[in-house]
Design a protein around this ligand. Structure first.
Ligand SMILES: [Zn+2]
Length: 338
């Protein structure tokens, strides 16, 4: 009798230990399955991953050896060492404030990392921390550097002049979303040309398409959009994932000279345009619209304009410039009338 009790206790303990080990192994490996695809949870065990997740921006930074990756929820582009690359929709997602990257993406990008990861190795080099610090620092460019970079670009709208209307300039307040204007605007009343849904938008320079929103999904209602704007107020900034929704239908270009463009609020994108395509200044990108704006959800045809963010290796080009310098750069490099 006594023997049997002991045996039961031992068996129970063994089972418990086995289950505990199994569970903790799974948790350590961090694999999660979704529609048959394996993902790594980047928000647990940050010591192992060297990742930083911002729940407000829904943005993940991951450092692997020399490479710094940046992901944002529902943005089909990954930034790797300040260069933009297309990202398959299913390779990154956020759920319950946890960020997941598909194992297949990481295996392809960082084969040795995944192997180490599987063994639950801690991968952290002084080099990677340095790189991470670089990635979050805001590198700025001088007027001369910006002029040099911008000289490779042409205006996106035919016959348009540089639009230097104060609120269209970068850095202008955008109080409705508790942020600032990241890029340039072209409106009918200030660009010297009619800007509406018939206005063609061109590629500006030689580069590669990294994003085309063929299947753009607008906000479903004014309320949905207002909900996001209320969150902007709550956190006193425009979170990265909301900013992306407010930009509406987009095309992103990685130019050969290191610059990048985000064409925003488009009504249509060119049907023939695809991710991976090589483009020039003469390539038709799409048509002006008001997607992402209040005009789109209110269906009142207002807010029709072109918005373009221009970046140099991941940094907004104007960050180190005075307002006067920004105007000078735009007038000398993006003016069709001079
Ligand atoms: Zn704008």
């Amino acid at each position: 009798m006594k023997k049997r009790v002991w045996l039961t206790v031992v068996v129970l303990m063994a089972c418990t230990a086995f289950l505990f080990m199994k569970l903790s192994t799974e948790e350590k490996a961090g694999y999660v399955y979704r529609e048959g695809k394996a993902y790594l949870d980047m928000t647990i065990q940050s010591a192992a991953y060297d990742s930083t997740y911002s729940p407000v921006d829904r943005q993940l930074q991951l450092v692997v050896a020399d490479n710094v990756y940046m992901f944002i929820e529902n943005v089909p582009v990954v930034q790797i060492n300040n260069e933009l690359f297309p990202l398959a929709e299913q390779d990154f997602f956020i759920q319950n404030n946890r960020a997941f990257i598909s194992a297949s993406f990481l295996e392809k990008q960082e084969p040795s990392y995944v192997k180490l990861k599987a063994a639950y190795a801690i991968l952290k080099s002084s080099q990677s921390s340095e790189k991470a610090a670089q990635a979050v620092s805001t590198k700025q460019f001088t007027r001369e550097e910006v002029m040099q970079y911008m000289s490779g670009l042409t205006p996106p709208l035919e016959n348009a002049k540089a639009d230097t209307f104060p609120s269209h300039l970068p850095g202008a307040d955008r109080t409705y979303r508790h942020g600032f204007h990241e890029g340039l605007d072209w409106y009918t009343y200030s660009a010297g040309v009619v800007v509406n849904k018939e206005t063609e938008v061109y590629g500006m320079g030689k580069g590669k398409v990294v994003r085309v929103d063929h299947n753009y999904k607008p906000y479903e209602s004014v309320e949905q959009r207002n909900k996001d704007l209320a969150y902007c107020k709550e956190v006193q900034k425009t979170p990265a994932y909301i900013l992306d929704k407010l930009r509406g239908r987009q095309v992103w270009i990685q130019y050969d000279n290191g610059m990048q463009a985000r064409f925003a609020h488009l009504d249509q994108v060119d049907e023939e345009l695809n991710v991976g395509d090589t483009i020039t200044k003469d390539t038709l990108i799409g048509y002006v619209g008001n997607s992402g704006t209040s005009g789109e959800v209110q269906k009142d045809n207002t807010e029709l304009h072109l918005h373009v963010d221009l970046l140099i290796n991941g940094t907004l080009f104007w960050k180190g410039l005075s307002q006067e310098d920004v105007k000078d750069v735009l007038i000398s490099q993006l003016n069709n009338n001079e």
